[in-house]
Design a protein around this ligand. Structure first.
Ligand code: NDP
Length: 371
């Protein structure tokens, strides 16, 4: 037992080789983000009337990196299981990186005299609060929008951890239906995320959250390393999934995807063109600003419902013998309930009586007829 703990702790010791992998990965993303083509999208209008611009080339960066890694693997320069083999070390190194970056962000943010909404320093004087929540909305480094950059790195990191675990399963000859369903659903989710990367530009994290430790840690450490818990778990536990459970899981994924993507797309399209039809009919609009039809007429955050179903579909392949693989849907449920409350408070302040009218018309927060 003592030996096992020692081995486990040892696997989390940071190493220079893991630091090298992390820096190469982030360096690649910075370079690819700067040079690869992609759609240029305007961000939301900020309180001072300005808006940022984002080059949505995440999908091109992802495919290019896959191609480069594939070449490296074929030439035997890189091991396809390197990420899975060094998982613990990479986690520690990424955590240390997040702490260092957020200290630097804190120092440079506090020094900022810029009055624009993106760069204005919001300093309360409570160091822990300011470091945790961040002091600037959209800090930049060498022309890179760091918030957009970190979330991209985290989502892509999740996929690469999964792919590395998949190679490990192939090597161990245990890539069964559970492993395939988990890998397939997560891969589709991440590719879809990058395909619709422009939708990210109107999300809460990008428009309302300042860049502090909470967000940087969430993007770089939490997303890739905890969303992949099911993958790590399946690499150590064999699950024989029945056909019924497999079909039910596919349905949960498809329904979740339809709601998640449909709701996010409807809001995105509505923000660009408030007259665009919703499900073939003219949209119901409150106060000229809030969409109250389509998914947004079923519950006020139907997109969260879709995301929770998707999260569940990533865990169902692990069966019911352990609660560990259900960490992600449980966490997401708690996070999105909390997030919905914060968003409700924000919207209530921003839209006042039209938000009240919307709440009267659409009483359900996330789960229709339940909550
Ligand atoms: P939303 O995309 O729902 O954005 C909320 C904002 O949308 C509000 O602040 C308001 O902003 C606007 N809005 C709200 N209701 C309406 C309406 N009826 N009509 C028009 N505009 C409206 O929230 P998030 O950014 O939190 O989530 C985006 C996606 O990301 C979700 O699908 C969520 O599930 C997912 N997500 C996933 C996480 C994960 O860990 N996997 C974590 C967090 C989110 P405005 O001021 O622009 O009007």
């Amino acid at each position: 037992m003592a030996m096992t703990v020692e081995v486990l702790l040892h696997s989390f010791l940071p190493s220079w080789s893991s630091a090298g992998i992390l820096l190469c990965y982030l360096g690649y993303l910075a370079l690819a983000g700067a040079i690869l083509p992609g759609k240029n999208v305007h961000g939301a209008i900020l309180p001072d009337g300005t808006r940022l611009h984002y080059r949505c080339n995440g999908l091109a960066s992802l495919f290019m990196l896959m191609a480069l890694l594939w070449m490296g693997i074929s030439m035997k320069l890189i091991s396809p299981t390197v990420i899975a083999d060094k998982g613990g070390e990479l986690l520690s190194v990424t955590f240390i990186f997040s702490v260092i970056v957020t200290f630097l962000l804190h120092i440079s943010g506090c020094k900022s005299r810029d009055r624009s909404s993106s760069l204005k320093a919001h300093v309360t004087g409570n160091f822990f609060h300011d470091w945790w929540f961040g002091v600037q909305l959209n800090p930049h480094f060498m022309g890179i929008d760091l918030k957009f950059f970190f979330v991209r790195a985290g989502m892509m990191g999740w996929l690469f951890i999964n792919l590395s675990l998949f190679f490990k399963s192939l090597q161990a000859d245990n890539a069964n239906l559970s492993v395939i369903l988990y890998q397939l659903f997560c891969t589709l989710y991440v590719i879809d995320y990058f395909f619709y990367e422009e939708f990210m530009t109107s999300t809460w994290d990008i428009i309302a959250e300042r860049l502090g430790f909470m967000l940087v840690f969430g993007d770089l450490v939490f997303i890739p390393f905890t969303f992949s818990i099911q993958g790590w778990w399946l690499s150590r536990n064999k699950v024989e999934l029945s056909k019924v459970v497999a079909i039910a899981d596919c349905l949960v994924f498809l329904i979740g995807y339809q709601i998640f993507r449909g709701a996010n797309r409807q809001k995105h399209v509505f923000k660009k063109d408030p007259k665009a039809p919703i499900w073939g009919n003219p949209p119901k609009v409150i106060g000229g600003k809030l969409l109250a039809s389509g998914y947004w007429g079923i519950s006020r955050h139907c997109n969260y419902l879709g995301d929770i179903l998707l999260a569940l579909s990533f865990s169902l392949p692990c069966g019911a013998s352990s609660i560990i693989p259900y960490f992600y849907p449980t966490y997401l449920l708690i996070l999105l309930i909390w997030r919905e409350r914060r968003d409700d408070a924000r919207c209530s302040k921003k839209y006042s009586e039209i938000w009240e009218e919307y709440c009267r018309l659409v009483p359900w927060r996330i789960f229709p007829y339940v909550y």
